[in-house]
Design a binder for this molecule. Sequence first.
Ligand SMILES: Cc1ncc(COP(=O)(O)O)c(CN[C@@H](CS)C(=O)O)c1O
Length: 407
Amino acid sequence: KSGFDVERIRADFPILHQQVNGQPLVYLDNAATTQKPEQVIAAISDYYRTDNSNVHRGAHALADRATVKFEAAREKVAQFLNAPAAKQIIWTRGTTESINLVAASWGKANLKPGDRILVSAMEHHANIVPWQFAAQATGATLEPIPVDAHGNINMLAFDSMLDSHVKMVAVGHVSNAMGTINPIEKIITLAHAVGARVLIDGAQAVSHWAVDVQKLNCDFYVFSAHKLFGPTGLGVLYGKEDLLNSMPPYQGGGEMIETVSFAGTTFNQLPYKFEAGTPDIAGAIGLGAAIDYLNALDRVAAAEHEQALLAYAEEKARATSGLTLVGTAPHKTSVMSFLIDGAHPADVGVLLDKQGVAVRTGNHCAQPIMDQFAIPGTVRASFSFYNTFAEVDRLFAAIEKAKTFLV
Ligand SMILES: Cc1ncc(COP(=O)(O)O)c(CN[C@@H](CS)C(=O)O)c1O
């Protein structure tokens, strides 16, 4: 049991206090999206209630207030990632767009036939398909780094794949399908040794612990606000300054230009070169409020509580007949994927939902690793610091009841 005051924390999350199908909601789908504390909800509604205005161009009090809040949010993200400067934080629509931006902009400017891109076999589609586009557009090739039966990257195989033709290594900090925490420090060191750049997909990491991009020395780090107790539709791309400055713009329009003429156009400086059009101002302010919320939390205690929930859940899973865990790496975040013998994951998910327990089922946008395991997908329970040991008990009671319908 952990000393983390979950009940006090839960009071901050209004959505958790509802009935679903006649039972108190047990929300265990945090890897899909996290819930939002009142502080984030209020920051977004207060913005629309009092400050809403367009940014950077306005010449009036509301525009100034909106601009100050919008750029303060960028500064908070820079501090959250320990980035050297806020101009290295690019707003996007989410992890997916952040990776598409790097694959399209850096990719097209730096990849050529014979170059190689490496991604792990367990990646989310958002960290596979954009690289397939970049490979197709440039003549480079995309190759999967092998993953073992526990869901660990095969580091010996990775090391043997590296040579001077490898120009990009893109891997998840944490697997969304299995929770594996990848050894990204080692991956970054090995990749840099052959001259490759490294993009880290942090979508499943940032909600669990502090990330220090300077210490990691990664070239790019990406995540979504909605994975960090913030709003959907907003993402972050961190990049090394020289890299971002060397990359061509991703989208054209207002904000990203200095001058426009039919004779030619010049582009804005960082970060605006990559931020065409009116941004998600409220979303950025909401993410800033989420970071404020996390900064006021004992994040070490929160992470320890999540790990205690995972250990408790996996202990109960191993004691449950007919249940097989998928993803048994020694270092995991609080994600537990499993199968019930003889049952399709989707059927299990429906039966759990009928009992008020929300999990995700299917391939979790990670079809290649599901194909490698020769399974149609998994049932995935993912815990956050506002979940409780009693909710783990509710999950396994619901599994036992579901089993009576399934076999
Ligand atoms: C590791 C990883 N990488 C990229 C993404 C995409 O994030 P977006 O905010 O949708 O762009 C996700 C989102 N994974 C959700 C939705 S598929 C899940 O249920 O696991 C992710 O987990």
